[in-house]
Design a protein around this ligand. Structure first.
Ligand code: UD1
Length: 419
């Protein structure tokens, strides 16, 4: 298993190209199964998660070609409606093939998903929405077996709480359903509007995506389309937080301020100077410690749970104490003990962590536990004294494109150790 060796203490200066958003790419890729015509996606990040979903889509019959960051998918014929355990267990987003398969072929058998170990992460809302649209669903030996004998029908779906995955999955299923679907209490994450834009480019009729109520008018078929994946707001926030820890100035090429939601004012309050420029966002950290800021993770436009771990790393050396409350996932503080190994002062009480800033962290061997937690260890290591060895970096390869190359280019001492 590869490791990353990082020697901390160097400020970051330079340009970091922000990749296309992983969480959007995975959903628009799943959309390719809805049509027998090609879908061309640009700005697709080359990540382990993307490769894994590609394998699954190919197994269903899609032909794929990747050139640079342009991915063309063509699911002319669906040759299998079964998504096997081995291809779904490693990544939760693979589960999203269920809706498109059901919509196009009226049946599917999809393994229950895996993904980061950050809590129970059930899929009950996904299944309830599909059932409301006329699917008959059975669970058998870890598989969801679904049929829609008369095809999917539009339905009024009201989510009991905000779920990104359930909102997207409902949209993916509803575009080809007979009649109209509405989703109330829909998630408003930018990736939802991006998926709607892609589906609309394919001929779907979706309005309201990005707001709390989404309307979908079912159509008979979708056609060929091209779509550009939006920039990754989590990667953007993570590099900004790295500057918060190391000092220096980075230009985050392609990044957009409005995608950061509540993370933007929080970063500014913590002491970062962030300017929008023609090419993206310029992030600068003036001399001195970061200021401690309290946060609560919330659905968009609130502070994203996917930046909570990285923010904790930044607060570990801030001036004062910061309270970090996680409200989306029940087990998302696994990075706290690892950061403590580096000298961070963190106490966790239920869903709230209190971080008391120390002057400097010290390098140590640490273990990456999930995707975003891994990035928090990298950020901590970049500011720490001495060497940190981050084990289990395969988590990072799932979601951060060319991480060590991007960081090394800006002055970080970071090296992959192959084993
Ligand atoms: C997506 C993102 C993930 C991000 C999360 C919240 C992808 C691939 N992943 O995950 O990076 O952290 O949004 O912004 O886009 N829940 C249920 N039943 C369901 C569905 C969800 O109880 O059927 C719960 C989850 O366990 C969680 C909460 O709802 O506690 C929110 O989950 P959700 O918004 O669905 O997250 P994901 O789509 O899994």
């Amino acid at each position: 298993m590869d490791k990353l060796a990082i020697i901390g203490g160097r400020p970051l200066y330079g340009v970091v190209p922000i990749s296309g958003a992983k969480n959007s790419a995975l959903k628009v890729m799943a959309a390719s199964l809805l049509s027998d015509a090609p879908l061309t996606l640009t700005n697709v990040p080359r990540l382990a998660d993307v490769d894994m979903l590609l394998k699954l889509l190919e197994q269903h019959g899609a032909q794929a070609s990747f050139e640079g960051s342009t991915l063309t998918l063509h699911a002319k014929d669906i040759i299998s409606t079964e998504a096997p355990y081995d291809l779904v267990r490693k990544m939760r987003a693979s589960f999203n093939v269920l809706g498109p398969l059901l919509a196009r072929e009226s049946k599917a058998k999809v393994s229950l998903p895996g993904g980061c170990a950050i809590g129970a992460r059930p899929v009950d809302l996904h299944l309830k929405a599909l059932t409301a649209m006329g699917a008959v669903i059975e669970l058998d030996e870890g598989y969801v077996i679904a049929e829609a004998p008369d095809g999917l029908k539009g339905a009024a779906i009201s989510l009991p709480f905000v779920s990104v995955g359930a909102t997207e999955h409902t949209m993916l299923a509803a575009v080809l359903a007979k009649g109209d679907t509405s989703i109330d209490n829909a998630a408003r994450e930018p990736e939802i509007a991006d998926l709607a834009a892609c589906l609309n480019a394919m001929g779907a009729k979706i309005s309201g995506a990005g707001g709390t109520t989404i309307h979908i008018e079912g159509v008979d078929r979708l056609h060929a389309a091209e779509h550009e994946v939006l920039p990754d707001r989590i990667e953007t926030g993570a590099y900004a937080m790295a500057v918060g820890v190391t000092g220096g100035e980075l230009t985050l090429k392609g990044a957009k301020a409005d995608l950061l939601g509540a993370a933007l004012p929080v970063l500014e309050e913590a002491g970062l100077v962030i300017d929008e420029t023609d090419v993206g966002l310029r992030v600068r950290k003036p001399e001195g410690l970061c200021k401690s800021v309290d946060i609560i993770t919330q659905p968009f436009p609130g502070f994203p749970t996917d930046l909570q771990a990285q923010f904790m790393a930044m607060m570990a050396t801030a001036d004062g104490a910061s309270s970090i409350k996680e409200t989306i996932f029940e087990n998302r503080f696994m990075h706290a003990p690892e950061l403590s190994r580096m000298g961070a002062k963190i106490s966790v009480d239920g869903q709230t962590a209190t971080v008391r800033g120390v002057k400097r962290l010290k390098g140590a061997p640490v273990m990456a536990t999930d995707l975003r937690a891994s990035m928090s260890l990298i950020i901590a290591a970049l500011g720490a004294e001495g060497q940190t060895m981050v084990n289990r970096v395969y988590h990072l390869d799932r979601g951060f494109e060319r991480l060590e190359e991007k960081l090394a280019h800006c002055g970080a001492l970071i090296e992959r150790v192959k084993e």
